[in-house]
Design a protein. Structure first.
Length: 289
């Protein structure tokens, strides 16, 4: 049988901000509810950043409006918090609005294990630094899921861990550190412990991408209201992932995308270090000279 997930990412409901067309979010949410039903989605995944944050009172209202829009969706929904959902609101406040727990969880469905990895998505700002913090508890939870996996894993998170290039990205080409968790290499190493196929799906970076690292395929889905790839119009990105022996992913809207492959448990040979520091290669070079 095939598991079919409807995916929505980075709704950014609110006042338009830079290239985010938050003014179109609620009308596009109406379309998404119909899309999920028409596609026969068995479950819905909200990858986070439901709002464009303003202040505590405004964010409470915006989040409640998005939660109300989600009530038109028939299939069960799993929500993940993005950084904008956490700038002024706590996890507990998001839980109260959405009516569900927002801790890590796994679900075994149709031969796959869906891993809802709700690692801390708040951007922490201190005089010394500003950015994400990958907390040790979040990393250890992910590692144990990978170690104990007995079936293919789909890892769902707001922030990607692939560390893929952001060349051309409106937000992150010149701010790559904000596109990924620090210590993402440790998260990738944790997933590499799995002896089963692993696929990761995230939002946050506002474009459709496929990156494979160490035999693990990382996907990111476009924002519902992004416009930097669509000449100012909200792209209305709505995704469907079908999971069976193969994975098929398609994104509809003004920035469409499609990709299908057969996940494997194969891992790659570890990369060489810097040629200049590798003893054997350095010795060869000195001998040749």
């Amino acid at each position: 049988m095939t598991l079919r997930l409807a995916i929505i990412a980075d709704i950014h409901h609110g006042t338009p901000s830079t290239t985010k067309r938050g003014d179109a979010a609620l009308s596009l949410m109406d379309e998404f509810a119909r899309f999920a039903t028409d596609a026969g989605a068995t479950h819905v995944i909200d990858l986070g950043d439901r709002i464009s944050d303003v202040d505590h009172a405004t964010d409470l209202r915006l989040e409640a409006e998005v939660a109300d829009a989600f009530r038109a969706v028939v299939a069960p929904i799993w929500h993940i918090c993005g950084n904008h959902d956490r700038d002024h609101l706590s996890v507990a406040e998001n839980e109260a609005i959405l009516g569900q727990s927002l801790g890590h969880e796994t679900h075994d469905i149709e031969g796959w294990r869906l891993v809802i990895w709700r690692a801390d998505a708040k951007i922490h700002r201190t005089p010394e630094r500003s950015g994400f913090i990958l907390r040790e508890a979040d990393l250890l939870w992910l590692s144990r899921v990978a170690q104990n996996a007995d079936r293919p894993l789909l890892i769902l998170s707001h922030v990607p861990i692939s560390g893929h290039a952001q060349t051309g990205n409106y937000y992150f080409q010149n701010n790559p550190a904000s596109s990924v968790y620090p210590m993402a290499d440790r998260a990738r190493a944790a997933l590499a412990q799995a002896r089963v196929p692993v696929v990761c799906l995230s939002g946050h970076v506002h474009w459709n991408t496929v990156t494979t690292v160490d035999g693990i395929t990382h996907l990111t889905q476009q924002s519902l209201t992004e416009s930097f790839t669509t000449q100012g119009a909200p792209c209305g990105a709505m995704g469907i992932i079908e999971l069976g022996d193969t994975l098929s992913w398609r994104v509809e809207g003004a920035d469409p995308f499609a990709f299908a492959f057969r996940p494997t448990a194969t891992r790659w040979t570890p990369p060489l270090p810097d040629f200049a520091t590798h003893p054997e290669l350095r010795m060869r070079r000195q001998t040749a000279e």
